[in-house]
Design a protein around this ligand. Structure first.
Ligand code: ADP
Ligand code: MG
Length: 213
């Protein structure tokens, strides 16, 4: 695809983190290329699997329980396919799940998308948060109802911690509404630092989840 061409065919380059760049994280440049170690120890990045093309595989969790959730998730799946340097390679079915944490709210509609992207993890998170805002997301309290929630579940086989961004997503292995759609499109998925997604899903089998046709 034309909008991906400028991130394909590259060779390994080394970049250091430039202070003040919102779209860079330690170890990556703006298109997610592997760079040098974090200079100051604030971030920890392990397990990057460089690809020949500089495209990375990220799995995105989608959820909505306000303002026509099926339409919200469907619209967000299309929007993900139009993100810069990115395309949706696979999308799961839609699933209906009971709320967790704060129970007095409508059921959720969930899905998972496999995204091929040239964006770094931080640039991808920023793009997802912008999409949430475009679809009317507000944050009143933890686990509140929402028009759209977009989470980075996995990014290659990366383990990464920095302020405001943890990969793999720290609760993904506990949530059937994440694991079942993920397994539908990527049955062999591993959750770095945790184990296989299939094993995690077996631990969540009591959680209510309905696959929609
Ligand atoms: P939740 O998704 O847990 O219900 P929010 O959507 O309100 O909560 O997210 C709160 C914050 O979580 C975001 O502003 C973001 O900075 C942070 N965050 C940390 N790791 C991730 C991740 N892997 N994907 C998405 N957001 C993340
Ligand atoms: Mg979120």
């Amino acid at each position: 695809m034309e909008h991906l061409q400028h991130v394909t065919g590259g060779t390994v380059s080394h970049s250091t983190r430039r202070a003040g760049s919102a779209h860079q994280v330690a170890g990556y440049d703006e298109v997610g290329r592997l760079g040098e170690e974090a200079p100051c120890g604030h971030s920890r990045t392990e397990g990057l699997r460089p690809t020949a093309s500089w495209l990375h595989t990220a799995f995105i969790g989608l959820g909505s329980n306000l303002a026509d959730p099926v339409a919200q998730v469907s619209r967000a799946l299309d929007a993900l396919d139009h993100l810069a340097q990115s395309r949706v390679a696979r999308r799961s079915s839609l699933y209906r799940s009971a709320p967790v944490g704060y129970l007095a709210q409508p059921d959720f509609i969930n899905a998972v998308a496999q995204l091929e992207t040239g964006l770094s993890p931080r640039a991808l998170l920023d793009a997802l948060l912008a999409l949430e805002l475009e679809q009317g997301r507000t944050r009143e309290f933890c686990n509140a109802p929402r028009t759209l929630d977009l989470d980075i579940l996995l990014y290659d086989d990366l383990i990464h911690h920095e302020h405001g961004l943890t990969i793999p997503h720290p609760q993904m292995h506990l949530r059937a509404f994440v694991l079942q759609p993920l397994l539908e499109i990527a049955p062999e998925s591993d959750i770095p630092g945790v184990g296989t997604a299939a094993a995690a899903a077996r631990q969540c089998k009591d959680q209510q989840l309905e696959r929609l046709v």
